[in-house]
Write a protein that binds this ligand. Sequence first.
Ligand code: URA
Length: 246
Amino acid sequence: MRATMPGMELYRFLQQQGFGSRKECRQLVEYGLVEIDGEPAEDYRQPVAIADIGELVVDGEPWTPLTGHVYLMLNKPDGYETSHKPMHNPSVYSLLPWQFGNLGVSAVGRLDVDTTGLLLFTTDGQFVHALTSPKRHVPKCYEVTLKHPVTDDLVKHLLAGVFLKDDNEKVAADSVAVVDEITIHMTITQGKYHQVKRMLAAAGNRVMELHRLSMGALSLEALDEGQWRFLSETELQAFGFGAKPE
Ligand code: URA
């Protein structure tokens, strides 16, 4: 998304914020659905600058104007597909403001429909690359609930590496911490298809529940299931990114 220039016409600003086509944004103003600082906007051509907007309400909903790229995290619940065109379940995108769809916000990688936890979204292709490129080795930590009790052998096996079908090389966990009899925290740096489930199956156990706790320095912390939030400037800087306008 381009940064909004000072004095941009209101309907174009609304379009840049994801409120729809130019026509739809003109209509929002014409129908009296846009309020700036408590006053209904009357002219869709009126110039606006983000810095001068105290409070923006569109169609009854407050909106914090976006500048530059969008970066956010969701605590994904069970039963949502990481897809714009889900087949059998609701889409993770239905948990985000609809305006983000118009801005091209996309998930950074995928979680399976029954996997819960940290899922990132952005409009920034470079950010997607930085987090998903196999060359970057970004650590991803999962809480894994197992069918059978954890054994020393299982942990050794995961750390030594297992062969996944169709792969010639072993894939190994970076670290495995035993939480309780049937729970481990396992960190991997690759991002292969169904990797955690396949690794556990190859090591003779079975994943019953899978929850992603963190990706690199980013962790869910207090974010409730189904909730999302923007990444902070500090979190972005940990990956060499900033939420500066382009
Ligand atoms: N590994 C899996 O098996 N599934 C996920 O959703 C993520 C990692």
